[in-house]
Structures are given as structure tokens and as C-alpha cells.
Design a protein around this ligand. Structure first.
Ligand code: PLP
Length: 526
């Protein structure tokens, strides 16, 4: 620290014990409009943050009021032009307020009861505020000397989350950007462990041998990130065997058994079984104990993708659905889904810390061995990332504020809303429910008078609701062999209820709104 960076001390302005640190503007003097000073751009957030946060809160309120619904009633072209215009026009200290208003106006707002398409939750105020503290302090979890308390806090939080999943004290884990990264990690550790056992060579050092054809077994309804992880890991997407599912989109354990035996017969090592606990579309939970038994029998790693369904662990009512998750070698959990955290709040857990071995790295500038021996812990070897935000903090604050019980009540409220929505669909003559909700989501569709137009009308009615700014409803397609029902067709609409403050009446209104949009679409109204 050079003295030229220090402002002259102002007599009496500081408490005698306060450390008068440097107030360094991140922009050269004169670069900001007169009057801005080094306020908004100060690198000491404490000084300017309160005023900036007021601008943000005002911008959020103004933008939401201008939007007046779950999504702006504009075409993508009109919205793109508005964004470009506002960016071009905005300069200086009004940028934060104006662009926040633009962002809020142009948001698909998960806090609106009619925004119910995706696993996209309205974050808790306490979690957003905790995340602000993290942004202000900017700890980085790749070395203790960038994050002393945050390092310990993440370690303790992971122990708590491992306990919630039923893991023993040998568990370890890390915060991730989400299920996608967690799935890559689970499959990477599986690849390294299983293939080293099969080939005697450490894959992380030598790479893959062309002689082996490793296989990953995941249900046909597993998340697409499983295939992409296989591609990334050098196994190729074709290494993923799609195991058939039942009508509720749960993996068929008899089919898994057959697929594993078939691979064994061909000499293809089974690297991993991926069981999904809460599929993205229907919340279906694969039979975890059966998957665990079959994985163990064939020497495969069991990875449970509980990115969505992991939230059930918070609820006494729904936790039994996840019985067997504790048998997994690794688990993906997403607290930015059923956990009401701002993204990112992914969690990756392994049952046994030693299975992390292939990811461990020694970087002289981050975690020298003598520092670790002297008691300075390092989380570097836990993550694929180097610089890493303290995403554990907001989860720790949330768990302390609401407790598991408080969060469980939010999960149950969303489960109740999904059941109310499904009942409203069943009661409507022009709507067809696919299956009862397992967690907080369900699939359904509008039945046009001409069944041959079902896919086209359902796809179009969803865009109509978006265009009119009335609702954000999900859309997906069923696997071909489960698209039975009146007149065939694979397109289904989806409601994912993640806002515990929504009421059953609001969900019923949303269901009727979908039916009206279907009627308008069928009638060819523009
Ligand atoms: C959401 C989801 C993912 C992907 O998680 P991200 O947090 O979006 O990366 C993976 N698997 C399942 C089952 C999911 O629902």
C-alpha cells in the first residue's frame, strides 16, 4: 500500500480506532459526471452502497410497476429495441437506477403467480441481502487467505447438508453453479474411479484408453446435462444408455438391470448409474434403492441428480420420496430451485471424501503443502473452478433464519399449489392432466376440437400468453412411447409452482387463463 493512495486524514472524521483505508476510485478522476465523485464507483462498498442500494430498490419498484404482469407484453424484437435504446441513451450516475428499471421491466418475474414455467424461484429477501454482503466483501474460496471465515462456513454448511441427505461424517462436497456442474463433477469422479479400477491407469493423467467403451446409464427423462457431461469427459454422448421410463417418467429398474447385463456381456465397463430424483418436467423420482442395488452389483458409481427433488429433504411430508439417496456415491442439489436462493446455489456432495482424490491439485500460489500442515485449510481441490463466490453464505443465513421446518413449510405450500392446479386441470373439460404432481410441477395440455391440431395449438397458446404479457407457462414434449391419450401428440404444457405465496385461487385462475388462450388460438383470433 503506497501512501499516495491514501487520502489526507480528516481531523475528527474517523473514530480513533478505525483503520482509515484507501478510498480509491475505480475510474480516473473526472471520468464520472460532476457530482458523482468517487461515490457510486468506490471500491469501498460500505461508503457508497447505501445510496446505490436505494437506487436499485427504486428501479426494481418502478420497473415492476411499468411491467404490471409476469412478463412484459412485448415481442422479442420490440424488447430488444428498447434494451438497445436504453443502453445507448444512459450515461453517468443514473445508469444504475435506469438500467435496474429496464431489467425489472423486462423480467420474467418468478414472484408473479402467473410466472410458473421453469424451476425458477422467487428468491427470499434474506438470501438476496446475504448475497449482497458476499458481493460487497468478495471472498474467493480458492484459498484461505482470500476467504478465512467463508472457507469454514462453507465446510460447516456442507456438513449440515450432507447430514440432511443422510450421509455419514465421511462426506464432502462443494458449492457449484448448479446441477449442470454438479453432474459433470459426479460423472468425472465416477469416470476416474471406475476406469482406474478397470484399466489400472489413472484417467486424469493418461486420458482415456481407446480399448474400453465405458457406459453411463440414465433414464430417458434424465437432464440433458448428463449427456453433455459425457461429451465433456471424453466418453462421448453415445456412452449414455437411455433407460426406458414408465408413464410418470420414472426409470424402469427391470430395464436398467437388462441394460447393465447387456453392457457387461459386451465388456463395456459401467462407469455410472445416474438416478434422477425429481425430473425437470414431472418431478418423477427414479427408484433409488433399486438403482443403488444394481449399481453396486455391477461396480458402477451411483450419482443421484436431485437438483430439483433435493428440496423434498426439507419437508417431513416429501422426504420419504428420497429414501435411498444416502446410498449414492454423489448427489447434485440445487438451492436455487426448491430452496429460494438467488442463482447460483448448486451443491455437490460425495459420500466418501477420498473419492475426491482425482480432483485434488496443488498450486504453489494458492495451497502450498506447508500452509496446509500449519493449519490453513484449502478448498481448491473440491471444485472445478478456481475463483469461486461464497454461495454457501446465503444458504447458511437462510437455514439459520427459517430453519429446515420453515423451508419445509414453503416446500409443502408449493406441493399443495401443484395439487390444486392439477385438480383444476382435471375439472376442466378442455384440459387433460398427464399425471398427478409428485413434487411441485405437473404436465397437461389443452384439447382442441380437432385432436390433430393438439401440438400446434398448445405450442401457440403458450406464445400467445407470453406475447400478451399474461403468463409464463412451460412447454415440453413427452417421449414418443408415453404420448398416448386423446388423439396423440407429444407437446405438453407445464406448471412449475415455486412461489409459496401464490394462492390456490391464483393457480386455478392461471389454469383457466391457459384454457381461454387455447380457445382463442383455436378460433384463430389474432
Ligand atoms: C435444473 C436441473 C439441472 C440443471 O441444473 P442447473 O442448476 O440449471 O445447472 C440438472 N438436473 C435436473 C434434474 C434439473 O432439474
Amino acid at each position: 500500500m503506497t501512501d499516495t493512495l491514501r487520502e489526507p486524514a480528516q481531523a475528527g472524521a474517523e473514530e480513533p480506532t478505525a483503520q482509515a483505508g484507501p478510498r480509491v476510485s475505480v475510474t480516473p478522476p473526472g471520468a464520472l459526471a460532476a457530482g458523482a465523485g468517487d461515490g457510486l464507483a468506490s471500491v469501498r462498498p460500505g461508503e457508497a452502497l447505501a445510496a446505490a442500494v436505494r437506487d436499485v430498490l427504486d428501479g426494481l419498484a418502478a420497473g415492476a410497476a411499468r411491467r404490471g404482469g409476469p412478463v412484459p407484453a412485448e415481442t422479442p424484437e420490440a424488447l430488444a429495441a428498447r434494451v438497445a435504446r436504453t443502453l445507448a441513451e444512459t450515461r453517468g450516475e443514473e445508469a444504475l437506477g435506469r438500467l435496474t428499471e429496464l431489467l425489472a421491466y423486462g423480467a420474467a418475474d418468478p414472484a408473479d403467480p402467473a410466472c410458473a414455467a421453469h424451476l425458477h424461484c422467487p428468491p427470499l429477501a434474506v438470501a438476496v441481502a446475504a448475497d449482497l454482503a458476499v458481493s460487497a466483501l468478495n471472498p474467493s474460496l480458492d484459498s484461505w487467505d482470500q476467504a478465512p471465515a467463508a472457507t469454514e462456513l462453507e465446510t460447516l454448511l456442507l456438513r449440515e447438508l450432507a447430514g440432511l441427505a443422510g450421509y455419514p461424517g465421511t462426506a464432502a462436497g462443494v458449492l457449484t453453479s448448479g446441477g449442470t456442474e454438479s453432474n459433470v463433477m459426479g460423472l468425472m469422479l465416477a469416470r476416474d474411479r471406475v476406469l482406474e479400477r478397470v484399466t489400472g491407469e489413472p484417467v486424469q493423467l493418461r486420458g482415456l484408453s481407446g480399448r474400453v467403451r465405458p457406459r453411463i446409464f440414465a433414464s430417458a427423462a434424465a437432464h440433458f446435462s448428463v449427456r453433455r457431461a459425457a461429451a465433456l469427459l471424453g466418453l462421448g454422448e453415445d456412452a449414455v444408455v437411455a433407460v426406458p421410463v414408465d408413464r410418470e417418467l420414472r426409470m424402469d429398474p427391470a430395464a436398467l438391470d437388462r441394460a447393465l447385463r447387456e453392457a457387461a456381456r459386451r465388456g463395456e465397463p459401467p462407469v455410472a448409474v445416474v438416478a434422477t430424483a425429481g425430473t425437470t418436467d414431472t418431478g418423477a423420482i427414479d427408484p433409488l434403492p433399486a438403482c443403488a442395488a444394481l449399481a453396486a452389483e455391477h461396480g458402477a458409481w451411483l450419482h443421484v441428480d436431485a437438483a430439483y427433488g433435493g428440496g423434498a429433504l426439507l419437508s417431513d411430508r416429501l422426504a420419504p420420496l428420497l429414501a435411498g439417496v444416502e446410498l449414492a456415491d454423489s448427489i447434485s442439489l440445487d438451492w436455487h430451485k426448491l430452496g429460494w436462493q438467488p442463482a447460483a446455489a448448486g451443491v455437490f456432495l460425495v459420500r466418501r471424501e477420498e473419492t475426491y482424490a482425482s480432483l485434488a491439485r496443488r498450486a504453489a500460489y494458492l495451497n502450498p503443502a506447508d500452509d496446509e500442515e500449519a493449519g490453513y485449510p484449502s478448498l481448491l481441490g473440491r471444485s472445478l473452478r478456481t475463483t469461486r463466490r461464497a454461495d454457501a453464505f446465503k444458504i447458511a443465513v437462510t437455514l439459520r433464519t427459517l430453519g429446515r421446518d420453515g423451508l419445509g413449510r414453503l416446500v409443502d405450500a408449493c406441493h399443495d399449489l401443484a395439487r390444486a392446479g392439477a385438480a383444476a386441470v382435471r375439472a376442466h373439460s378442455r384440459l387433460e392432466l398427464h399425471t398427478e404432481p409428485v413434487l411441485t410441477a405437473f404436465l397437461f395440455r389443452y384439447l382442441p376440437r380437432d385432436p390433430g391440431r393438439a401440438d400446434e395449438v398448445n405450442a401457440a397458446l403458450r406464445r400467445r400468453l407470453l406475447r400478451e404479457g399474461l403468463a409464463v407457462v412451460g412447454r415440453t414434449e413427452l417421449p414418443a412411447d408415453h404420448a398416448s391419450g386423446t388423439g396423440g401428440g407429444r407437446v405438453r404444457l407445464k406448471l412449475t409452482l415455486l412461489n409459496p405465496h401464490t394462492t390456490a385461487v391464483e393457480v386455478e385462475r392461471l389454469v383457466r387463463l391457459v384454457a381461454s388462450a387455447g380457445e382463442a388460438e383455436e378460433a384463430g383470433l389474432s
